[in-house]
Design a protein around this ligand. Structure first.
Ligand SMILES: NC(=O)c1ccc[n+]([C@@H]2O[C@H](COP(=O)([O-])OP(=O)(O)OC[C@H]3O[C@@H](n4cnc5c(N)ncnc54)[C@H](O)[C@@H]3O)[C@@H](O)[C@H]2O)c1
Length: 367
């Protein structure tokens, strides 16, 4: 029987850029709190504890000391990708429930290690993915389950990156490790951010069999490069297809309070189409979700609080807290996280080899 806990006493490992959005549900949820924060940058961890209203949270600079803290029963691991495997293994060894930010690891071999370890761990394990918890995405999933567009036959995801006067500040440290493939595992858009788009494709279509990718590279005015433009095509079982198109426009001003980016999604079924018009920002005005079926187009509106990108973090964290309290299986499971990692790595490998790659080739050919 799966052990449950009444109250989630979370320890954050990593208090960087994204931790602010992880904190939101812990601040609001009466069944959870943040009791400890570990970051090599002590000042940052202290600042976060004060800003989030957890002034009594224990502050550590070594996450292993946080893992020794018996008051912590669950951890959110929010570290650069190359540190994920080691930290998650240590947290499982310490008996904590582990929510590990995507991407799970930088190699399939490390993802295998985590899946194997999680089978005998006393705590639960999940890979944190938020896009599948964005309210318009959850509504699209519900409509499809009700048969609103018949059987999905194709999916397309469009991702625009640009600049934004209203975006949040990204610290130099957070950009530096993303620019370094050894620490990131791939490029900053097609791999790091791409995980979310591959997760969306997986949510609606299942795991692809084959991937074909062209991934370009463009210098940024502020220095460094982005792995865009890119076109990534997906072949799913049963003669179904999809693609992700990534465009980077250095002079495209985007309205957002998070990253200078926006995403759109369209799923075509045997009898209808569902289109989602926004992700991070508001590039396209109008209803966030539109269903076309039976010759009619219906727009779905959502309260403002459900449309901000942060809503996807709130729902993903709420889902985790609920799972720990009820014993339900939290998404992404380790196996699901590993599947999406393989899917994402298949695109990297395809671009490198200049040919289509079967997703099951990744374990054999990727480093
Ligand atoms: N779901 C999303 O949409 C989303 C968005 C952004 C980031 N992320 C993920 O969140 C994770 C963190 O990203 P970020 O943007 O917050 O990065 P970041 O660089 O801002 O934060 C990482 C933090 O880890 C700390 N750190 C580094 N090494 C450490 C160590 N050994 N011990 C303790 N602390 C250490 C750093 O000081 C830093 O504060 C990554 O997995 C990233 O992919 C997800």
């Amino acid at each position: 029987m799966t052990a449950t806990i009444d109250r989630v006493r979370a320890g954050f490992i990593g208090a960087g850029r994204i931790s602010d959005l992880h904190a939101l549900e812990y601040i609001a949820n009466p069944d959870a709190e943040i009791v400890a924060i570990a970051d090599v940058n002590r000042d940052l961890a202290e600042q976060r504890a004060r800003a989030w209203g957890f002034p009594d949270a224990k502050i550590y600079t070594d996450y292993r000391a946080l893992l020794d803290d018996p008051n912590v029963n669950a951890v959110d691991i929010l570290l650069p990708h190359h540190l994920h495997c080691e930290a998650a293994l240590a947290a499982m060894d310490a008996g904590k429930h582990v929510s590990l930010q995507k991407v799970m690891t930088t190699t399939v071999a490390d993802a295998d290690r985590l899946v194997e370890r999680s089978k005998t761990a006393s705590g639960r394990f999940r890979v944190f993915e938020n896009f599948i918890f964005y309210p318009p995405v959850m509504k699209a999933k519900e409509l499809i389950a009700e048969g609103a567009i018949g059987e999905p036959v194709s999916i397309r995801v469009k991702s625009n990156s640009g600049r934004s006067r209203t975006a949040w500040a990204v610290p130099a440290y957070a950009d530096a490790w993303r620019q370094d493939r050894a620490r990131n595992g791939g490029g900053p858009i097609a791999f790091d951010d791409g995980h979310h788009k591959f997760a969306l494709a997986w949510l609606f279509m299942g795991l692809a069999e084959e991937v074909h990718a062209w991934i370009g590279e463009t210098p940024r005015p502020e220095g460094g490069v982005v792995d865009a433009p890119a076109i990534i095509s997906w072949k799913f079982p049963r003669n179904r297809f999809g693609h992700l198109e990534i465009a980077y426009s250095p002079d495209l001003e985007l309205v957002t309070v998070h990253y200078a980016q926006d995403d759109r999604l369209e799923i075509t079924g045997t009898s209808g189409v569902i289109a989602m018009a926004r992700g991070h920002g508001r590039l396209v005005e109008g209803p966030a979700l539109t269903l076309y079926a039976d010759g009619k187009s219906v727009g779905f509106s959502f309260p403002d609080a459900e449309l901000g990108w942060e809503a996807s973090f709130i729902h993903s964290t709420r889902h985790w807290i609920e799972a720990l309290r009820t014993g339900a299986s939290p998404h992404l499971t380790g196996e699901e996280g590993r599947d999406i990692l393989k899917f994402t790595l298949a695109a990297q490998l395809s671009a490198e080899l200049g040919r289509a790659v079967r997703v099951d080739e990744v374990s054999r050919l990727a480093p």
